[in-house]
Design a protein around this ligand. Structure first.
Ligand SMILES: O=C(O)CCC(=O)C(=O)O
Length: 218
């Protein structure tokens, strides 16, 4: 997946004040990721969700590859995606604001759970049609290090944490509109394991905004 532009693009980061957690609350969430591989928390209110959801509807989408991986690593994907954001898209400013909150939080934690400052250099909007199959159990690629942030902008559906690729014994992670699912990536808290997770059950169009750091990008 490729989003090559930096989050310096786009309008100034006016979303900072719209993010609900304080740096201390966000630091506490990152700290909890030492013991649990993923969690969710309220991030933004309905007005910002509606604004970003409206911006998401103007993006150029393509269908996700329906099946990736082979045999016991097969993952099915039933959604559309966009990784190609116009320079004036509000998603740049939003990403800059979340990156700012993340770094303010990391500054508060001793020892630092991640070496050096953190950047989100890989952005994606995913659009799930009502009644689609969603995305089967998978782990994010090992090159997405540190923190993985998934912001739910619209719709419904269930986000699951699974012990393995079978999906058996999964636990639902609450993901209402406005929430952030925060997931541990390699190198956070010096861990290398990655959580299995999956999405299903949306009856209304679901929009999510994913932010990652891809080691293979500058
Ligand atoms: O769109 C979502 O809610 C989750 C997406 C996801 O699991 C992923 O892209 O790895």
């Amino acid at each position: 997946m490729s989003t090559t532009a930096s989050i310096q693009k786009g309008p100034p980061p006016r979303y900072g004040a719209a993010l609900r957690p304080t740096a201390a609350e966000f630091a506490a969430a990152i700290d909890r990721l030492a013991a649990t591989p993923l969690l969710s928390l309220p991030l933004i209110g309905p007005e910002i969700c509606a604004e970003l959801a409206a911006a998401a509807q103007t993006l150029p989408y393509r269908r996700a590859t329906p099946v990736v991986g082979e045999a016991d690593r097969r993952v099915t994907q039933d959604f559309e995606l966009c990784m190609d954001f116009p320079a004036d898209s509000p998603f740049w400013g939003f990403a800059a604001a979340l990156e700012g909150l993340t770094n303010a939080a990391l500054e508060l934690l001793q020892p630092r759970p991640f070496p050096g400052p953190f950047t989100f250099n890989d952005l994606i909007v995913q659009r799930y049609a009502p009644g689609c199959a969603g995305m089967s159990p998978h782990r994010d690629h090992i090159r997405y290090v540190g923190l993985i942030a998934i912001v739910v902008l619209a719709g419904d559906g269930r986000f699951w944490h699974s012990p393995d690729r079978s999906g058996k014994g999964s636990t639902e992670i609450p993901s209402p509109v406005g929430s952030l699912v925060l997931m541990r990536g390699p190198d956070l808290h010096a861990r290398r394991d990655r959580p299995f997770h999956w999405v299903d059950g949306n009856s209304r169009e679901r929009l999510s905004f994913g932010l990652r750091h891809d080691l293979e990008k500058a």
